[in-house]
Write a protein that binds this ligand. Structure first.
Ligand SMILES: Nc1ncnc2c1ncn2[C@@H]1O[C@H](COP(=O)(O)OP(=O)(O)OP(=O)(O)O)[C@@H](O)[C@H]1O
Length: 336
C-alpha cells in the first residue's frame, strides 16, 4: 500500500506578489494564506474573481513559485521536490487541455504515453476513463466537434490518466449550461467516493462548493476568510437571514431604521446606483417583517421584496467578508 499523508496538501503562509505593470502598484495576489487539506476529501477553494484561487492552485501544482511561504503536496515540498509532486497530481486548468484536432481516445493515449505509460496500458486506461465519463460513444469523434460539457469531462479524464492522488480542478463548471453542470457535479461526486483521491476544487459558485465540498476555505484578497465544513460554517451564524430590496436607498437612513429594530442583528446595507439591499439576521425574521415595513414606511424608505431564509453560504460570506458575495468591490457597503 502506498504511503498517504494525513494532509494531501498543506500550505503555510503563502505570499505571492506580482510586480505591477508600468507605474502600477504591485499586486498582492496571496497575502499569507495557510490551509491543510485532509487526504481523501473534496476541498473547496471558494472566492470571488481575483481572490487568489488560481494563484494558489498554480503554486500547489508547481506551475508558479510563491514569493514566500511553502506548500507540500502528497508530503513533498512544491519548490524542492517538484518532480515528486507532479507525479502525484492531476491539474485541470480553466482552459481546455485537449487537442481539438484529435479524438478523445487519441488525446488520452497521447497524454498517458507522455507520462511514460506503455501503449497497451495507455489504451486500457483511456477506454476505462472514456466509459467512466460516459464518453465512449464520442471516443472517435474529433474533440472540436464535442459539446462544451463533453470537452470538460474529457479535460477531467485527462487529469486522471496517470492515476494521481490529488486532482486540482480549477473552476470545472464555468461556462457550462445547467445540464452539463449537473453532469459534472455527479462526476465529481463519483470521484469523491474514491477514498484514495483528494480533489481540490476551485470555484466561485457558492452553491457548487456547498454541494460538493467536504470542507471549504473561503478566500478573499489573498487571505483566508474562514474554513470548515459547509454545515459548520453555516452553524457559526446565529439566526436566519432577512433581506430587503431597496430603491434609491439613502444608506444611512436605511441603517438607522434597521438599527431601531433591536431584534435585527448584523445589519449590512449595500447600494449601487439606484438599487440596493439590506441584509440582517434575526432569530425569527418572519415575525418581525411587519415591524420592518412600518419602520421603513415611516422613515420614507422605498423598498421592494422582503425575503427570509435559512443560513446559506452566501450568508457565511456576507458575515465574514463584510459584503454580499455577488456584489463587487464597487458596492458601497456599510456594516453595523
Ligand atoms: N500573472 C499575473 N500578473 C499580474 N497579476 C496577476 C497575475 N495572475 C493573477 N494576477 C492577479 O492576482 C490576483 C489573484 O488572481 P487569481 O487569478 O489567483 O484569482 P482567482 O481567485 O483565481 O480569480 P478568477 O476566479 O477570476 O480566476 C488578481 O488581482 C489578478 O489580477
Amino acid at each position: 500500500m502506498s504511503y498517504q499523508p494525513v494532509f494531501a496538501v498543506e500550505a503555510t503562509d503563502l505570499v505571492k506578489t506580482y510586480p505591477g505593470a508600468r507605474r502600477k502598484p504591485d499586486v498582492h495576489a496571496l497575502d499569507g494564506l495557510s490551509f491543510a487539506i485532509p487526504a481523501g476529501t473534496v476541498y473547496g477553494l471558494l472566492g470571488p474573481n481575483g481572490a487568489g484561487k488560481s494563484t494558489t492552485t498554480k503554486i500547489c501544482t508547481t506551475l508558479s513559485a510563491a514569493t514566500s511561504g511553502s506548500a507540500r503536496v502528497g508530503g513533498f515540498d512544491v519548490a524542492h521536490s517538484a518532480d515528486e509532486v507532479r507525479r502525484r497530481i492531476g491539474y485541470v486548468s480553466q482552459g481546455t487541455g485537449a487537442d481539438p484536432r484529435q479524438t478523445p481516445q487519441e488525446n488520452l493515449v497521447m497524454s498517458a504515453r507522455l507520462r511514460g505509460i506503455s501503449r497497451p496500458e495507455a489504451i486500457d486506461r483511456s477506454r476505462r476513463l472514456l466509459a467512466q465519463f460516459d464518453l465512449a460513444d464520442a471516443a472517435d469523434r474529433k474533440v472540436a466537434k464535442l459539446s462544451g460539457g463533453m470537452r470538460r469531462k474529457l479535460d477531467v479524464a485527462l487529469g486522471l490518466i496517470h492515476s494521481p492522488s490529488v486532482l486540482f480542478l480549477d473552476e470545472p463548471t464555468t461556462g457550462l449550461d445547467p445540464e452539463a453542470r449537473a453532469e459534472m457535479w455527479s462526476e465529481i461526486r463519483r470521484l469523491a467516493s474514491e477514498k484514495s483521491l483528494t480533489v481540490v476544487l476551485t470555484t466561485h459558485y457558492l452553491e457548487e462548493a456547498d454541494e460538493l465540498a467536504d470542507r471549504l476555505l473561503i478566500i478573499d484578497h489573498g487571505r483566508a476568510v474562514i474554513e470548515g465544513t459547509p454545515s459548520e460554517l453555516k452553524a457559526t451564524l446565529d439566526g436566519d437571514a432577512l433581506s430587503v430590496e431597496l430603491f434609491e436607498p439613502d444608506v444611512a437612513a436605511v441603517r438607522a431604521a434597521a438599527q431601531s429594530i433591536s431584534a435585527l442583528r448584523h445589519v449590512v446595507v449595500e447600494a449601487r446606483g439606484t438599487s440596493g439591499r439590506l441584509y440582517a439576521r434575526a432569530d425569527d425574521p418572519a415575525a418581525i417583517i411587519g415591524r420592518v415595513i412600518s419602520e421603513f414606511d415611516s422613515a420614507g424608505i422605498e423598498f421592494g421584496a422582503i425575503s427570509v431564509s435559512r443560513p446559506s453560504l452566501d450568508d457565511v460570506y456576507l458575515h465574514y467578508a463584510g459584503r454580499a458575495y455577488q456584489a463587487g468591490a464597487a458596492l458601497e457597503a456599510v456594516s453595523a
